[in-house]
Design a protein around this ligand. Structure first.
Ligand code: HPA
Length: 261
C-alpha cells in the first residue's frame, strides 16, 4: 500500500527515478479523479502520484474534482499527501523560483464541493493549522540535506480562477496577510483533513502576482518558471520521502475526534 501521495501541479506531471509499477483507475462516490493514480516505488517507499489537471493538462482549477482526488488517495491507503502547486508571489520575499512550504491558508474559492460531510453527519474539523506539522518538518529536513533553499512559512490565498487577479485584488490580498496566490490549494487541504490524512503544500513561485511587477502575466511564464524549478523540486521530494517517519505522531490522524456533532 502506498503510504505517500503526491499531487502534481502545472509543470509537474511525473517524478523521474520512481519506478511506476501500475496505474490504478479509481472511481469514487463523488465521481472520477483527475487521472489514474500512478503507483511507484523509490528506494523501497511506495508512492501514489496524481496529476491534478489530468494528463495531458486539460482540467481547469474550478473544474477539478477535489473530493474524488482526495478520496482516491484514501482508498489507496495513502496517509500523507504532498501537494505541489504553482503560485504567484505577493510579498517581497516571494520572488519567482522560490519554493515555499505553506503554513497558512485563506480560502476565497467559491462554488466548489468542499466537504465530504454535507448530509446526515455534521462535522467541523479543526483547521487552525491547515498543514501537517510533521510533514512540514520532513520537508525542512529534506531541504537542509539536499541544500535546497526553502521559505518555511507562507500564507496561501486560494482563488477560483481561471482568470488571473486584478491589481486591486492583489493589493487587498496583501493587506489581509496573503504571501502567495493560487487556484488549487483549496479545498484540497481541508478535504484531506476531513479524511484524517496528513497534507502539506509545496508551492513554487512562478511569477509576481498581478500588479507586483509591471510585466503582463502569461501562462507561458508560469509553465516556464515551473519547468526551471522541477529539478530542485523533484530532488526535494525524493529526499522528503526518505525522511518521513513510518508512524504518524501528528494530530491529523485524529482529526475527526470530537469534530462530529
Ligand atoms: N495567480 C493565481 N494563480 C497562480 C498564479 C497567479 O499569479 N501563478 C500561478 N498560479
Amino acid at each position: 500500500m502506498p503510504r505517500i501521495g503526491v499531487i502534481g501541479g502545472s509543470g509537474l506531471y511525473e517524478i523521474e527515478g520512481i519506478v511506476i509499477k501500475e496505474g490504478k483507475k479509481i472511481t469514487t462516490p463523488f465521481g472520477d479523479p483527475s487521472d489514474i493514480y500512478r503507483i511507484g516505488d523509490i528506494a523501497g517507499i511506495e508512492l501514489a502520484f496524481l496529476p491534478r489537471h489530468g494528463s495531458p493538462h486539460h482540467i481547469p482549477p474550478h473544474r477539478i474534482n477535489y473530493r474524488a482526488n482526495i478520496w482516491g488517495f484514501k482508498e489507496l491507503g495513502v496517509e500523507r499527501i504532498i501537494s505541489v502547486s504553482a503560485v504567484g508571489g505577493i510579498t517581497p520575499e516571494m520572488i519567482p523560483r522560490t519554493i515555499v512550504v505553506l503554513d497558512q491558508v485563506i480560502d476565497m474559492t467559491k462554488g466548489r464541493e468542499s466537504t465530504f460531510y454535507d448530509a446526515d453527519v455534521v462535522v467541523h474539523i479543526d483547521f487552525t493549522e491547515p498543514y501537517c506539522p510533521e510533514l512540514r518538518d520532513s520537508i525542512f529536513s529534506a531541504g537542509k540535506k539536499s541544500g535546497i533553499d526553502l521559505k518555511q512559512t507562507g500564507t496561501y490565498i486560494g482563488v477560483n480562477g481561471p482568470r488571473l487577479e486584478t491589481r486591486a485584488e492583489i493589493r487587498f490580498f496583501s493587506r489581509i496577510g496573503a504571501d502567495v496566490v493560487g487556484m488549487t490549494g483549496m479545498p484540497e487541504a481541508s478535504l484531506a483533513r476531513e479524511l484524517e490524512m496528513c497534507f502539506s503544500g509545496v508551492s513554487v513561485i512562478t511569477n509576481y502576482a498581478a500588479g507586483i511587477s509591471e510585466k503582463k502575466l502569461t501562462t507561458t511564464e508560469v509553465v516556464e518558471t515551473m519547468r526551471k524549478s522541477t529539478e530542485r523540486l523533484k530532488l526535494l521530494l525524493k529526499e522528503t520521502f526518505s525522511l518521513i517517519p513510518a508512524e504518524r505522531r501528528c494530530g491529523c490522524k485524529d482529526a475527526l475526534k470530537d469534530a462530529k456533532m
